[in-house]
Design a protein around this ligand. Structure first.
Ligand code: BMA
Length: 299
């Protein structure tokens, strides 16, 4: 089971006419809302600071971008940028998980997993961090509350964890559970793993997309199936990856050999996976919904 690349790839490139997104655009979030595709993406320009840009599309392939970023760094913990947005809609409100990058040397102060809130996808208000003082990122929400609680996934290096909150502000340690670890004997996801975009609800469980890398730091994508009522339970996790860097723009760019995704959405009878290639450009890869569900359950 492999994802199929869209023939128009890459579907979004850096904009040389713009100061803030002239070098790299990558790691996008995409959601559908009121008949349009809405993309939030990480961008770097002349100052090498990451900002979040926004683009909108009728078909999910051709994009119109806003001239200015919709989220810019604020404060010490974001001094070097805001990275890797992941947007989820819950009860008519949009929540974005993003990584605050301080640039500090210490691993525990370098990144902070942050959340922000919006009702229009363009104006964002910060809610606060999921945790502080540890190497933690790749966080996003389940698209639905369970037992009245917000559910988040996050990456406590090098594992994928689960967290719960009643208000999105407090994420108590008691609600945190380790759910998936790297597989030292499995090649592609042997060193570190992290979640991609919000999992997709299916009748058989939550279809979860994640990334992993091995010694050479080649980033690939894979899937797992999590239990519907209790997503801390992994029902199945195929050993094979579903997308690896292969195109020239995925192999050579700002960081070599990277496909990194923050969005996997259901579009009709398909799943569309949006990803950054080599931390430079944005691509789309797709698969049949029933086939990927089958693979995630039994592969
Ligand atoms: C990860 C994140 C991603 C990036 C990847 C490869 O740690 O910072 O934003 O795409 O590394 O460089």
């Amino acid at each position: 089971m492999k994802l199929e690349r869209h023939s128009y790839n890459p579907i979004l490139l850096p904009n040389p006419q713009s100061v803030w997104e002239s070098y790299n655009v990558f790691n996008p979030s995409v959601i559908t809302h009121q008949g349009l595709f809405h993309m939030h993406y990480r961008a770097q320009g002349l100052d090498w600071i990451s900002r979040i840009g926004y683009a909108v599309s009728e078909d999910g392939v051709n994009w119109n971008r806003l001239r200015d970023p919709v989220l810019e760094p604020e404060g010490d913990h974001e001094a070097r940028g805001v990275e890797d947005p992941r947007v989820t809609e819950i009860d008519g409100v949009f929540y974005m998980g993003y990584t605050a990058f301080s640039g500090k040397e210490s691993k525990d102060n370098r990144v902070t997993p942050m959340f922000a809130r919006s009702v229009n996808l363009i104006t964002w208000d910060r809610i606060g961090p999921l945790v502080e003082g540890e190497d933690n990122k790749d966080h996003f929400l389940l698209p639905k509350k369970l037992n009245g609680r917000f559910i988040a996934f996050h990456r406590r290096f090098p594992n994928i964890w689960y967290a719960e909150s009643v208000d999105m502000e407090n994420w108590p340690e008691e609600g945190m559970t380790l759910i998936m670890s790297p597989r030292p004997d499995n090649g592609w996801d042997s060193v570190s793993i992290g979640g991609n975009g919000s999992p997709i609800e299916t009748e058989f469980g939550w279809l979860m997309f994640y990334h992993g890398y091995e010694e050479s730091r080649t980033y690939r994508l894979g899937v797992a199936m999590l239990e519907l009522e209790d997503p801390t339970v992994v029902i199945n996790r195929p050993r094979e990856w579903i997308l690896e860097p292969r195109e020239r723009w995925e192999v050579h760019g700002h960081v070599p050999n990277v496909v990194f995704s923050c969005a996997n959405i259901r579009v009709g009878d398909q799943v569309w996976v949006y990803y950054g290639g080599a931390d430079r450009a944005i691509g789309l890869a797709t698969c049949d919904f029933d086939e990927i569900v089958e693979f995630a359950r039994f592969g």
